[in-house]
Design a protein around this ligand. Structure first.
Ligand SMILES: Cc1ncc(COP(=O)(O)O)c(C=O)c1O
Length: 377
């Protein structure tokens, strides 16, 4: 059935590949990139993004669950896939069958996986997740001697990597990142001393790569920067290309007299006779309701304000000053229009008190992703 909605997210795969290459150059020789495509590639579509990156030479991918890993395997992604999530009791067979690589942060999972692998006459390669200051998931350094000696007895497991995660890399001058790098080094030394020879050592996210602290590892894990998002304002000078453009169209134009209220609650009251464009997008698409009377959109090359409350399926724009706006006119809510004007996810985020990551991830499943390949569309 033909889609009856005009709202879609255009995904520029050549921009993803461009950003990947820029990150490879920033990471430096000897540091491979593990592309983080969890959460449906931050809302951009994990299968299409992974295929484009695999073709561009990405050697490894990271997802947040076994289900996300299986989706990539079903789509023909053959590179190693790191599952940065949990392996529930009963899921060990699935993980092994689909050749997924778990990260390990607890001994109970390690024990179960080892037993399941041994039963199948195989060994599961894993990345050990250690806490160096993020204080999120991972083994604490103080517990490592005991953890390592137990891991040695698990014959169905093979340590392939050791990883940690930065807490403050998006603030490039914060000394804590260097503290974390130092702690990680000491952990790696102790792991070697315990007789393990992990092939991959990695700690850096996008911000870590862009500030040069990935250089003493041999793998790094960019996410947001692949999608053209800035890890923070500190990286605004970088030439990262936005990947997602969210578009819709004007479905009706209503002329309202001065003093007329628009949308729920009449939060907006026209201060002059106005042309109000009704656009087919709403909070069910991920157009956040906090953008009521705050958001902006691009219509016919002009920036226009969102007026009144964002509804589930509709928003209203004041197009009084855009003479070319008419029913059917394209509206760009995020990303770039054909005139090269741009609304960045960072701008939305700042308006509603969140980050670009959440803006991208919030574009709902209802919005079809349309892929723009190099030279097409
Ligand atoms: C463990 C881990 N590594 C890497 C990343 C990628 O981080 P970024 O998107 O900031 O590059 C994330 C993102 O949430 C993560 O949780």
């Amino acid at each position: 059935m033909k889609n009856s909605r005009f709202t879609y997210a255009e995904i520029d795969l050549s921009a993803v590949v461009y950003n990947y290459k820029l990150l490879c150059a920033q990471a430096g020789a000897g540091v491979a990139l593990l592309a983080v495509v969890k959460a449906n590639a931050y809302g951009h579509g994990a299968v299409a993004v992974s295929r484009a990156l695999a073709e561009a030479g990405a050697p490894m991918f990271a997802v947040a669950s076994i289900e996300e890993g299986i989706e990539l395997r079903a789509a023909g992604i053959e590179q190693p896939i790191l599952v940065m999530g949990v392996v529930l009791p009963g899921q060990e067979g699935l993980l092994i069958e689909h050749r997924l690589t778990p990260y390990l942060f607890d001994l109970a999972t390690a024990r179960r996986l080892s037993a399941a692998a041994a039963e199948r006459g195989t060994a599961v390669g894993y990345h050990l997740k250690v806490n160096t200051g993020m204080s999120r998931i991972g083994f604490d350094p103080v517990d490592l001697p005991q953890v390592l000696s137990l891991l040695k007895t698990f014959t169905g497991l093979q340590m392939q990597g050791v990883m940690s995660h930065f807490a403050l890399a998006d603030a490039p001058n914060d000394p804590f990142t260097h503290e974390q790098v130092g702690r990680f080094h000491r952990i790696i030394e102790s792991i070697h001393a315990a007789g393990f020879t992990p092939q991959y050592i990695h700690q850096a996210n996008s911000a870590g790569i862009l500030t040069g602290v990935a250089r003493d590892s041999n793998l790094a894990r960019p996410g947001i920067a692949l999608y053209g998002g800035l890890p923070s304002d500190a990286f605004a000078a970088l030439d990262l290309r936005p990947v997602m453009s969210l578009r819709s169209a004007i479905m009706q134009i209503r002329t309202v007299a001065k003093g007329v209220g628009v949308s729920y609650g009449h939060q907006f009251v026209a201060g002059r006779q106005s042309r109000i464009a009704i656009v087919q997008i709403g909070y069910a698409d991920g157009y956040n309701r906090l953008l009521s009377d705050r958001g902006e959109a691009l219509v016919c090359g002009e920036r226009v304000p969102v007026v009144g409350r964002v509804c589930m399926d509709w928003i209203m724009l004041d197009v009084t000053d855009v003479s070319g706006a008419q029913v059917g006119s394209e509206v760009t809510l995020l990303g770039s229009d054909t005139d090269g004007n741009l609304i960045r996810a960072e701008e939305w985020g700042a308006k509603i008190g969140t980050i670009n990551y959440e803006v991208f991830c919030g574009i709902s499943r209802r919005v079809p992703r349309i892929y723009k390949e190099q030279g097409s569309f």
